[in-house]
Design a protein around this ligand. Structure first.
Ligand SMILES: [Zn+2]
Length: 278
């Protein structure tokens, strides 16, 4: 005998809708072909309880690094090998809700990843980034990875020095310095899915919310799905403009460093040091 608790359908949960809409948008924009891209979204227990029995663990999956700083924390996350184009049609196959176990070396699947699926192979980078961003921003919640086309292309044609990369992106659209005054971080090329690439990315995430993986894609971090999507979208738009500018024969004039500083002052943001020459 037990009491039957009526729960709301998980599919109506705001965070669930955001996850479905965002994966669909990333696919629509062509930034997540095949199984490219992954998202993890930190959830509060009180957000989950109306929709899910958090005491019912379906499976436990080991991890090869220490995530004990996140023990007990919940995430909705995209699945390993899953296609963003399929998320809306079959969320339970392509998404999962997990909780980092008390030992910090495994996670518990509470919902989803049907038919034996597991969380994205980039989970080490995601969790290391969450730990790093939470250390500097208590309201941090979302890590997003995608293969934004023009940013990726720029890693073949532009200097990979992050000061140079940041300056070019800032110049390409007036709003850029306001949206990411912290600039963009760039790591060396490293095999994806490894702890090593996670550690290198998280090291950058101390200071920036955007990290470029040369010849691969970009990672974004922020307090909400909209904020992170908007951050990547803005940088990608700047990269697209850069591509068109180059195709049109290169810059004849640009936003000056003084104008960029004036913009930052007008919008009360502090540009990353070492980029503007004033
Ligand atoms: Zn990728």
């Amino acid at each position: 005998m037990g009491t039957t608790m009526t729960r709301n359908s998980l599919y109506n949960a705001p965070f669930f809708q955001e996850m479905m809409d965002t994966t669909a948008n990333l696919y629509r924009l062509g930034w997540d072909e095949r199984n490219g891209g992954n998202i993890s979204y930190l959830l509060r227990e009180d957000e989950l309880i109306p929709y899910l029995d958090v005491h019912h663990v379906l499976r436990t999956v080991p991890m090869s690094f220490d995530a004990s700083a996140l023990s007990g924390k919940y995430f909705i996350v995209t699945g390993s090998g899953k296609y963003f184009k399929n998320v809306k049609r079959d969320p339970a196959e392509n998404l999962g809700i997990i909780r980092i176990a008390n030992d910090g070396n495994s996670y518990e699947i509470l919902w989803g990843f049907e038919n034996g699926g597991v969380a994205t192979s980039e989970l080490p980078t995601h969790l290391m980034n969450h730990m790093q961003r939470l250390a500097v921003d208590k309201n941090h919640r979302v890590i997003m990875h995608c293969h934004a086309t023009h940013l990726l292309a720029m890693t073949f044609t532009h200097s990979l020095k992050e000061e140079d990369f940041t300056k070019t992106l800032w110049e390409m659209c007036t709003e850029c310095i306001v949206v990411f005054p912290d600039g963009i971080g760039v790591i060396p090329w490293i095999i994806p899915g490894t702890n090593e690439i996670g550690e290198a990315t998280a090291e950058k995430m101390k200071d920036v919310r955007l990290v470029l993986w040369p010849h691969h894609g970009v990672f974004g971090a922020g307090q909400s799905m909209d904020e992170v999507f908007g951050l990547i979208e803005t940088a990608e738009k700047a990269a697209q403009v850069y591509t068109v500018v180059c195709a049109q024969g290169g810059k004849k004039q640009t936003i000056t460093d003084q104008q960029l500083q004036d913009l930052a002052d007008a919008f009360h943001v502090v540009p990353r040091e070492g980029i503007l020459n004033l």
